[in-house]
Write a protein that binds this ligand. Structure first.
Ligand code: NAD
Length: 421
């Protein structure tokens, strides 16, 4: 498939390569491929804000909507230095396959600002969040494109987004954003949903390969929303968390780390740095330490052709989006002793509960946390079973099976709706 476009870079290439592998497998003709893969539309914005020292700085922001065939688009907003339009587009494409696999009535979207949020004061972060949402107003809406948190954003940022959008509409429009605080239209269980979903699927993969979670060992890269909740949930299920890392530090202790103490340290200081000197470890070699469960829950492209043969885990649970490169995937296809829970399945808990938040917001009828968790697990269970069945029937890796299901859903919807005009 030959297309020249604004979507370039390693992360978009990854999304394209994964799609091509699955499109070959599904025998999708060339003329259909571009229509399915390439994003429908994108917006780039310049967001000027006053820094605390009085200077004016302009940050670049983006939002990409992959397809609108099944309903509004849905996807997170990332604040990170690495953000560019190619990365955002790849994340939007992955969101489409993820929503389709989970049976949600959404296309994928993603947005972001090229900024290190840790370098901003709270006032600056609020100004930037509000300015970004203000620039997005013509492009998003509860029935057009619904935002959510991602790396570098959180419930507070979602509350500022929702407030900004609502101020311009002259009424509260809580459904324009999910992942809001529970006190301002959020749903119980959304903040924890992605990490809980990771832990649920780790449990199902463990059952499949005959591993007991209780007494197993886990290593987790990334100790933010996804990584910390996955760590706490697995620890509660009896797993020993022997390694964790974030952008600032890595720790390893084969007797098990104290996850609650790590969590409290991050809540107080903002990162893992300074937690302890005893268990400090090299971040890169953390991924190849022997463990039962390895969870990358931070950035893309960390399992690569350099380390894929050296992984010593039994389950690779992809909490992050795009943590495994296609070259590493080729190596992992030859390592059936590792059960891969691919990202579009593994971290789908976030968007599933975002969907619950959206429908509750539209109806102004709220469920309790047990109901949310129960519906989350049932949705993940259906996806897990579908992926396992297709992988077996078609002799595919779990990633190719999951992507096949997602791509087929989108392809069939486009075929049924036809081509306008
Ligand atoms: P977050 O901002 O809450 O946490 C990110 C964590 O990753 C932090 O601990 C940060 O220090 C760490 N990190 C950043 N760069 C790192 C590096 N180079 N090495 C090690 N650690 C590093 O973000 P999050 O919401 O937990 O998202 C993490 C991943 O999960 C992202 O890939 C995101 O797209 C994906 N994801 C998040 C959600 C969600 O609901 N938040 C849903 C689906 C997928």
């Amino acid at each position: 498939m030959e297309t020249s476009s604004i979507y370039t870079g390693k992360v978009f290439e990854m999304a394209r390569q994964q799609f091509e592998i699955v499109a070959d497998h599904l025998d999708i003709p060339d003329h259909e491929r571009t229509r399915i893969l390439m994003p429908k539309r994108a917006l780039a914005v310049s967001c000027p804000i006053h820094r605390d020292d009085g200077s004016v700085v302009v940050y670049q922001g983006y939002r990409v909507q992959h397809h609108l065939t099944l309903g509004p688009t849905k996807g997170g907003t990332r604040f990170a230095s690495s953000v560019d339009v190619g990365e955002v587009a790849a994340l939007a494409v992955w969101m489409s396959w993820k929503c389709a696999l989970a049976g949600l009535p959404y296309g994928g979207a993603k947005g972001g600002i090229a900024v290190d949020p840790r370098a901003l004061s709270r006032r600056e972060l609020e100004a930037l969040s509000r300015r970004y949402m203000q620039e997005m107003i013509p492009f998003v809406g509860p029935h057009t494109d619904v935002m959510a948190p991602d790396m570098g954003t959180n419930e507070q940022v979602m509350a500022w987004f929702m407030d900004t959008y609502s101020m311009y509409q002259g009424r509260t429009v809580s459904e324009v954003v999910t992942g809001k605080p529970v006190g301002t239209g959020g749903t119980a269980g959304r903040r924890e949903a992605t990490g809980r979903g990771v832990a649920y699927l780790v449990g199902r993969a463990a059952e499949t390969i005959g591993l007991r979670v209780s007494g197993s060992t886990a290593i987790i890269q990334g100790f933010g929303n996804v990584g910390s909740v996955a760590a706490l949930t697995l620890e509660a299920a009896g797993a020993k968390i022997i390694g964790v890392s974030d952008h600032s530090a890595a720790y390893f202790d084969k007797n098990g780390l104290n996850v609650s103490a790590l969590d409290a340290h991050v809540a107080k200081t903002g990162s893992l740095a300074g937690y302890s000197t005893e268990s400090l470890f090299d971040a890169e070699s953390l991924l190849v330490q022997p463990c039962d469960i390895l969870i990358p829950a931070a950035v893309e492209r960390v399992v690569t052709k350099k380390n894929a043969s050296d992984l010593k885990c039994r389950i690779l649970a992809e909490g992050a989006n795009g943590p495994t490169t296609p070259e590493a995937d080729a190596i992992l296809r030859e390592r059936p002793e590792i059960f891969v829970i691919p990202d579009i399945l593994c971290n789908a808990g976030g968007v599933i509960v975002s969907y619950f938040e959206w429908v509750q917001g539209l109806q102004q009828l709220f469920w309790d946390e047990d109901e949310v968790n129960d519906r989350l697990n049932r949705t993940l269970e259906r996806s897990f079973q579908a992926v396992s069945r297709i992988a077996k029937q078609r002799s595919l890796s779990t990633r190719d099976a999951a992507l096949s299901i997602g791509v087929e859903v989108v392809r069939n919807a486009k075929a049924t709706r036809g081509l306008f005009p």
